[in-house]
Design a binder for this molecule. Structure first.
Ligand SMILES: *Cc1c(COP(=O)(O)O)cnc(C)c1O
Length: 298
């Protein structure tokens, strides 16, 4: 049984400080499709889990950092659908809110050193070469099967949008959206906002595209790099959430909405309707509360 609430809702985004009616900004709430398996991580898992099932695999093995949205999504999806799950976690053994939730969902956690973590296939082979039920899933659900699952973000969106924006880590979500937009809505521009600095980002996305398709990459909104933030970004996130009731986080969706606001403010987008995809991942915010100013410090 599929427990995801799809299609995810789309509504206009009004935040008096950043987005008005005149901006014509809408938001697609993939953060609401499941309480734990939120956003693009569940989209990416769809065909990966089908593939695993089709091959008779019952044990899902994947990888992530200590605050990985992907590991939590995988733990919950595996528990719901009757798979066993193992998560390799990068770095020294720690405990935190995310890993606690993974454990609650029955995921087995194995901590591995950073050097070892680089070659994930080798780690998988070393631990599970004799386990015929084990199925390798790359970090973040990255790859073409993951991208295929993200095509639905575009396919299920009925209204026409001139511009559609998403945040980008591995580029898997972006690739799926670009592929689907080319098929279904070729006049829509897909805009991609990287959350980390990676010289090969564009090549990485292109590798997952069905053809040489157009998209726009907006670099410069990394705020120092992956999982880094700036006081400006944190202030933006806090005001935005307080004005809209929509939580966004400093790793992905905060950088995305900051970029959309900045591009609008500096008039770098052609006029038209804008859709921003909220890719979910709210639990990561819990590990970042110390970054925000304490209550009463305004
Ligand atoms: C993982 C993640 C992304 C990045 O997705 P990619 O497909 O790796 O580019 C974006 N937003 C959220 C909330 C995520 O958890």
């Amino acid at each position: 049984m599929d427990l995801l609430r799809l299609p995810s809702p789309v509504h206009e985004l009004i935040s008096p400080s950043f987005f008005s009616h005149d901006d014509e900004v809408w938001i697609k709430r993939d953060d609401l499709i499941h309480p734990l398996v939120s956003g693009n991580k569940s989209r990416k898992l769809r065909f990966l889990l089908d593939d695993a099932r089709g091959k008779g695999k019952t044990h899902l093995v994947s990888f992530g950092g200590a605050f990985s949205n992907h590991l939590l999504a995988l733990a919950a999806a595996a528990a719901e659908q009757g798979f066993r799950a193992t998560g390799f976690v990068r770095g020294d053994a720690v405990d935190n809110e995310m890993l606690f939730l993974c454990r609650m969902m029955g995921m087995e956690l194995i901590f591995i050193r950073r050097e070892e973590y680089r070659d994930k296939r080798a780690v998988f082979t070393r631990y599970f070469s004799t386990d015929d039920a084990a199925y390798f899933i790359d970090e973040g659900g990255a790859g073409t099967l993951g991208a295929r699952g993200c095509e639905a973000i575009i396919e299920e969106t009925e209204a026409f949008f001139t511009h559609i924006f998403c945040a980008c880590g591995t580029g898997t979500t972006a690739a799926g959206m670009i592929n689907a937009a080319a098929k279904r809505s070729p006049d829509t521009r897909v805009h991609v906002v990287p959350v980390l600095r990676h010289a090969a980002m564009e090549t990485g996305i292109r590798r997952m595209l069905h053809a040489d398709l157009p998209f726009e990459l907006h670099c410069g909104y990394e705020h120092g790099g992956y999982a880094r933030s700036s006081p400006e970004l944190l202030a933006f996130i806090q005001t935005f959430s307080a004005e809209t009731g929509i939580l966004i986080d400093p790793v992905y969706t905060g950088k995305l909405l900051f970029a959309v606001h900045d591009l609008l403010r500096s008039k770098r987008l052609s006029p038209g309707k804008i859709l921003v995809v909220h890719t979910g991942g709210m639990f990561g915010l819990l590990g970042m509360r110390d970054r925000f100013p304490p209550p009463g410090s305004k």
